[in-house]
Design a binder for this molecule. Structure first.
Ligand code: NAD
Ligand code: DAU
Length: 359
């Protein structure tokens, strides 16, 4: 069996669902259930004996030690993190606590467990750390995409905390021999994406007749990857990745934020036209830019293709259509995640007028 952390969040829950759909190996899913964790994402697993959910913190070393001793997982996959750049700008404390201190405690518990395993289990054990392309910083428009050798230049409190966690993982391999794998992935999108991030925020706001807030000029570039492709890449790295190695994962899909939002509006115009006959584009508005906003991310995913034979299955066109269709088919999920705490966040980030239509 494997131990997943952060498996009630966006990518983690997709990973757990895909894992159990693809095979029979059980999962213990440890998640603190912060604002971003949602057991509704895992509702389809109710009664499935292969999934054990434990509410808890990766920084709780005694809990992790107990889980490792009790379940003896052959691998740990660490998704747990504070993940939203804008929140890290409002306050970084939780990012330091979970992404740095939490990863450290998880590594220490894993090391204690791994060091006492019989030799065959010790050889087979893996600690897979899920990280981000943001640790590499911002690319110039014509610069080559990030390879695994790119220098670390994190620019936000979030990316700095993820960079620190990557360094800890690297050091626990180099110094202690822990068989780690690190994956650095580009922007994901798909089902169960919490509507504080660009794509789900725009879908949810468009359907609610609210403004679609584009930071600055909207010409920032991200490399988009459908979440199930990220999950298949992680499964492949876990299966065949070489301990101590880093694998960059990306979608070969560089797009500006403006392109993304215009595509979303066009698809929504087709799939659920606005009652007033106007295009959703009329709700687009430009708002104050994110401080320290990275201009461009792009992943060079040739290493994982060359060594492990992985490539994304979805194009942006197929993935974004599936995503919008999922949001349209799940209004209850969308309503359930828009709690009072969510509304407080939207007001803090976008101001009290955030509910109004764009210009
Ligand atoms: P998310 O914010 O949707 O989910 C994070 C999950 O971790 C939540 O369920 C939360 O409850 C849990 N969590 C937070 N602190 C915890 C703690 N101390 N102990 C246990 N659980 C805790 O994030 P996501 O978008 O699913 O990202 C998952 C991982 O992938 C993160 O490590 C993130 O840095 C990385 N990543 C995300 C993207 C992306 O585009 N979303 C891209 C590359 C890498
Ligand atoms: O690159 C991987 C990273 O992608 C992950 O490590 C992070 O966890 C994940 O949140 C994501 O970070 P970004 O900052 O790129 O994602 P976000 O969805 O917040 O923003 C995407 C782009 O859209 C970015 O240029 C900022 C812009 N944006 C975002 C929001 C929420 C807007 O223009 N308006 C918005 O309201």
């Amino acid at each position: 069996m494997i131990l997943i952390t952060g498996g009630a969040g966006f990518i983690g829950s997709n990973f757990v669902l895909d894992w159990l759909a693809a095979g029979t190996e059980p999962v213990v899913n440890l998640d603190k259930l912060t604002y971003a964790g949602n057991l509704a994402n895992l509702a389809s697993l109710q009664g499935d004996a292969r999934h054990t959910f434990v509410q808890g913190d990766i920084g709780d070393r005694a809990l992790i030690e107990r889980l490792l001793a009790e379940h003896r997982p052959r691998a740990i996959v660490n998704f747990a993190a504070e993940s939203h750049v804008d929140r890290s700008i409002h306050g970084a404390e939780d990012f330091i606590a979970t992404n740095i201190v939490g990863t450290f405690r998880l590594l220490e518990a894993a090391r204690g467990h791994w060091s006492q395993l019989p030799s065959d289990e010790k050889t087979a054990f893996r600690f897979l750390h899920v990280s981000t392309d943001e640790v590499y910083g911002s690319l110039a428009p014509d610069a080559p995409a990030f390879t695994e050798e790119h220098v670390y230049e994190p620019n936000s409190p979030y990316s700095a905390s993820k960079a620190a966690s990557d360094h800890l993982v690297r050091a626990w391999h180099h110094t202690h021999g822990l068989p780690v794998l690190t994956t650095n992935c580009s922007n994901n999108y798909g089902p169960y994406h919490f509507p504080e991030k660009l794509i789900p925020l725009m879908i949810v706001n468009a359907l609610a007749g609210k403004a679609l807030p584009i930071y600055g000029d909207g010409r920032q570039v991200r490399d988009w990857l459908y979440v199930s492709d990220h999950c298949s890449a992680i499964r492949r790295v876990l299966e065949a990745g070489r301990p101590g190695e880093v694998y960059n994962i990306g979608g070969w899909n560089e797009k500006t934020n403006l392109e993304i939002v215009h595509t979303l509006c066009e698809l929504l115009d087709e799939l659920q036209p606005c009652a007033n006959g106007q295009s959703y584009r009329s709700q687009i508005t430009h708002v104050t830019d994110r401080p320290g906003h990275d201009r461009r991310y792009a992943i060079d995913a040739r290493k994982i293709e060359r060594e492990l034979g992985w490539r994304p299955a979805e194009t942006f066109d197929t993935g974004i259509r599936k995503t919008i269709e999922w949001y349209l088919a799940h209004p209850d999920w969308v309503a359930s995640v828009q709690s009072g705490a969510y509304r407080d966040w939207v007001a803090a980030q976008y101001g009290a007028g955030a509910a109004e239509r764009g210009a």
